[in-house]
Write a protein that binds this ligand. Structure first.
Ligand code: URA
Ligand code: SF4
Length: 226
């Protein structure tokens, strides 16, 4: 969303409409197929998964090999959210299967979890951004209803945002990871914590100690929940 519209919405006392359909696209027959948030929020798991598989709502659909919906237990208590598929994920159709995924698996194991049980793993965008660039606002906004519906269906007890893109999109804030970690946030009433992205940890090994602190914090929160 451009800055001016953001400001106008703010002045009107409105929150930004993330799924606002740009007027220019409405009448053209060749308009790309936008995500219909209201319809998505009615879907069951199978419908949602099929909708994502066939999605062409943003330009990432043109460069992906396949969509990457998520992996794990769709009744999980722990939900991990990354940024978007990388090359390996795009090729295999599963999130976090490259080196960062190996580290994530180790982080899960360290607190007695694994990706088949109690855990669900997905991303902010379901298609790979070319050259692993960050997804842009159009892409994250188009894709957001899918994650929102996944969360509504899974009903996790705790959400872990992995890295800046996940944290900023889930919380709707621009703050740094450093300022967001260590605090209990919320997404739709569900406790959410922020930690470093495992790919970042692979490049910045000293930060691993902080990621460990975050995991302990997450575990503490989970244990305190009914
Ligand atoms: N990085 C992510 O954010 N997600 C993946 O699925 C893989 C790498
Ligand atoms: Fe659709 Fe999301 Fe893929 Fe874009 S990234 S094409 S919105 S599934």
């Amino acid at each position: 969303m451009n800055m001016r519209r953001k400001i106008i919405l703010k002045e009107l006392g409105l929150t930004p409409l993330w799924h606002f359909k740009p007027a220019a696209s409405v009448e053209t027959s060749e308009a790309k197929q936008f995500v219909q948030p209201a319809a998505v929020q009615q879907m069951d798991w199978e419908q949602l998964s099929a909708e994502v598989t066939n999605c062409t709502a943003c330009p990432l659909s043109q460069t992906r090999t396949q969509t990457v919906f998520g992996v794990g237990d769709n009744q999980a208590e722990w939900l991990y959210v990354g940024e978007g598929p990388g090359a390996r994920e795009d090729a295999l159709g599963e999130p976090f299967v490259g080196p960062a995924g190996k580290l994530l698996d180790n982080m899960l194991a360290a607190i007695g979890l694994n990706r088949e049980k109690q855990v669900y793993i997905t991303n902010i965008v379901k298609c790979r951004p070319p050259n692993n660039r960050n997804p842009n606002n159009d892409e994250t906004q188009q894709c957001e209803p899918y994650l929102a519906r996944q969360i509504a269906l899974i009903k996790p007890k705790l959400i872990i945002a992995l890295g800046k893109v996940a944290a900023q999109n889930l919380l709707g804030r621009d703050d740094s990871i450093a300022s967001l970690r260590g605090t209990r946030h919320e997404y739709a009433g569900i406790p959410l914590i922020v930690t470093y992205h495992p790919a970042y940890l692979l490049r910045a090994l000293p930060e691993k100690a902080k990621a460990w602190e975050d995991l302990c914090f997450a575990k503490e929160i989970m244990q305190s929940l009914p």
